[in-house]
Design a protein around this ligand. Structure first.
Ligand SMILES: [Zn+2]
Length: 395
């Protein structure tokens, strides 16, 4: 069998198994998502302009006694986060909810979506304003090198969020439960044991509430880390596919990818804060704000610049994430060794990530390597490893 096996033909057969209609839909959906990245910048610029021109934050500042710097930063941040989220809500409704519904990627009722959007605004106002008020403390207190201190602070806060998230934030949006007793659970427990992960750290969640995407993820840090598999994946996958996908997620966990993302985020914060330090006045003038960098009323401009840097360096961050995804696939192949099941599961994710992007499109916008590349690697693995198995079984 191995003499006749052609990895390239097998790869194309997997991708083609989606059918031309689903492939065309995936292409349109994915390209649309890339355009959204750029539209989002424009929307954010408009909202920033609106908030600056309305002078909302200056009004808040003027009500706080002058020497109460931290209180001023906190109140300004609360008002800003709230006003921004509200102004952004219609755009989110169109670009997320309506778009996902139109493509059949979600079956969530509008009411439930709105309720969760409000919940999400609540959490981001709470954590965002604590974070921003901390940032302004560093800007005021640490002088010229504030951007160094502030990036350390960002790393500490992001680490704290990662620790709190699985226990306090994610359960607000989804139910995390043990995988029901049966062969899937037995297989997952055996894999957890082998990787040295506590069995209690593997969950399933009702991902189908928000999305029809076939997905699983790792989140949290240290003892708060956990692996979660969407019920969509549990319902739609064969046992071997669940094993291959879980092998991939365990790979992220064992290889410490959450830590790597935390360091990457801090490096990105460092770069952004440095650039903000240099160019803040320039952008403030562009938006018509008189605020100086240390003035919390300049927060809209500060955040627009942060978003701009994050968008511009996205090809680099995507490259880092893609390398991690390859390593996790490799881990799954090495430990679970089910290349066909991995390929089968990957093809299900191609519904929302067009599997055959152009190299430029992949480089700029893809956070995961294209499904075509990932399936090809699985098939090459199969070619190189089933040969030995076949020989062994002949013995
Ligand atoms: Zn992954």
């Amino acid at each position: 069998m191995s003499a006749l096996f052609d990895p390239e033909l097998a790869t194309q057969a997997y991708i083609d198994s989606l059918g031309p209609e689903a492939l065309a839909k995936a292409a349109a959906y994915t390209a649309g998502a890339h355009w959204l990245t750029l539209w989002e910048l424009l929307v954010s610029a408009l909202i920033t302009l609106l908030i600056v021109r309305m002078g909302v934050l200056e009004k808040v500042s003027s009500k706080v006694p002058e020497h109460r710097h931290w209180l001023n930063a906190l109140l300004t941040s609360v008002v800003f986060s709230f006003v921004y989220s509200l102004l952004n809500l219609p755009w989110e409704y169109v670009s997320e909810f309506l778009r996902e519904t139109r493509y059949g990627r979600t079956s969530q009722p509008a009411g439930d979506w709105l309720q969760q959007a409000v919940l999400s605004i609540g959490t981001s106002v709470t954590f965002g304003s604590l974070f921003f008020s901390g940032l302004y403390w560093f800007i005021r207190r640490t002088g010229r090198g504030w951007w160094l201190w502030a990036s350390g602070f960002t790393m500490a806060m992001a680490g704290l969020m990662l620790i709190l998230s699985p226990t306090f934030i994610e359960p607000l949006f989804n139910d995390y439960t043990a995988v029901p007793k049966g062969e899937v659970r037995n297989a997952l427990e055996a894999m957890a044991d082998e990787a040295g992960i506590e069995r209690e750290r593997i969950f399933m969640y009702d991902g189908s509430r928000q999305s029809n995407n076939f997905t699983a993820n790792v989140s949290g840090l240290g003892s708060a880390a956990r692996i979660a598999i969407s019920d969509v994946a549990i319902d739609r996958a064969l046992l071997d596919e669940v094993k291959a996908v879980t092998g991939h997620e365990i790979g992220h966990y064992v290889l410490g990818h959450v830590w790597r993302m935390l360091f990457a985020l801090s490096a990105l914060a460092l770069l952004s804060f440095f650039l903000i330090d240099r160019f803040f006045d320039c952008f403030a003038r562009l938006f018509g704000s008189k605020a100086r960098l240390s003035d919390p009323a300049g927060l809209p401009v500060f955040l627009f610049m942060l978003g701009l840097v994050f968008t511009l360096v996205q090809p680099v961050t995507n490259g880092v994430i893609r390398a991690g995804e390859n390593a996790a696939d490799q881990y799954s192949l090495e430990t679970v060794n089910l290349p066909d099941a991995l390929a089968g599961a990957l093809v299900k994710t191609a519904e929302y990530r067009y599997p055959r992007p152009s190299p430029l499109q992949e480089m700029l916008f893809y956070s995961h390597p294209s499904v075509e590349k990932r399936v090809r690697r699985a098939m090459e693995w199969k070619q190189n490893h089933t040969k030995n198995q076949a020989e062994n079984s002949n013995e």
